[in-house]
Design a protein around this ligand. Structure first.
Ligand SMILES: [Zn+2]
Ligand SMILES: [Zn+2]
Length: 139
């Protein structure tokens, strides 16, 4: 039996609600959406859902580890369902487009710090900045 979003919510101790299911559905595949885009998507199935309800769901799902929140400086936070694999992101400094960068070598944290001050390092969050193909061809 494939694991459904309903199962996922229950496994994480979350009540199953229509907005939570709709948010998970909106973030299917490899999508990285900001809260506004999630709201637009959710409203295609739940037209009366409030902005606050969608924000609350995003926070609850992120706190439970079902969503990852990416916060590139100067751009709205993006949410995605690909969690726990220590992947990185490339962000366009022109339009803010964002995509996944798989770990280049080895396992997490896949970067070797020059010193760790005694910390046991578990993961690294790398943001690569540049210009996306659209912005490059416009330049
Ligand atoms: Zn761009
Ligand atoms: Zn990602």
């Amino acid at each position: 039996m494939p694991v459904t979003d309903t199962d996922l919510l229950r496994e994480h101790g979350l009540r199953v609600t229509a907005p939570r299911l709709a948010v998970l559905d909106a973030l299917g595949g490899r999508a990285h959406l900001d809260a506004d885009a999630v709201l637009r998507e959710v409203r295609t199935t739940l037209p009366n859902v409030s902005v606050q309800a969608v924000y609350d769901v995003l926070h609850a799902l992120a706190d439970a580890g079902l969503l990852r929140r990416i916060e590139p400086a100067g751009h709205p936070a993006r949410y995605e369902r690909r969690t726990g694999d220590n992947h990185h992101h490339v962000v366009c400094r022109g339009c803010g487009a964002l995509d996944d960068v798989d770990c280049a070598v080895g396992h997490a944290p896949c970067l070797t710090p020059s010193s760790t001050s005694g910390f046991a390092v578990e993961s690294a969050e790398v943001t690569f900045w540049g210009l996306c193909p659209t912005c490059r061809s416009a330049a």
